[in-house]
Write a protein that binds this ligand. Structure first.
Ligand SMILES: [Zn+2]
Length: 88
């Protein structure tokens, strides 16, 4: 893979690792590899890096969804419990 170049400044970007980066708002990813332009300090991502961020974001979203389902199920069971008690 050739050097990553900032299209704006025409300089080589430096490879860095971001402690935390939100590819999608509200879903922070840890230790994200990226490139940073030394001139404008903007982050530049390669296609492979974007694919990896998408994969990780999807994994976190799936986990969040599974958790939400569990909470909904618990709430429903609770409601059923009340109905049973009210029916007595
Ligand atoms: Zn730049």
């Amino acid at each position: 893979m050739g050097p990553i170049i900032c299209t704006k400044d025409k300089v080589d970007a430096t490879e860095i690792v971001l402690n935390s980066y939100e590819y999608e708002e509200g879903i922070p990813l840890r230790n994200v590899p990226a490139f940073k332009c030394p001139v404008c300090e903007e982050f530049i991502f390669t296609e492979a890096q974007i694919d990896e961020m998408e994969r990780k974001t999807d994994m976190i979203k799936a986990e969040m969804l599974a958790f939400e389902r569990k909470v909904t199920l618990t709430m429903r069971l609770d409601k059923v419990g009340h109905l049973v008690r009210a029916g007595r």
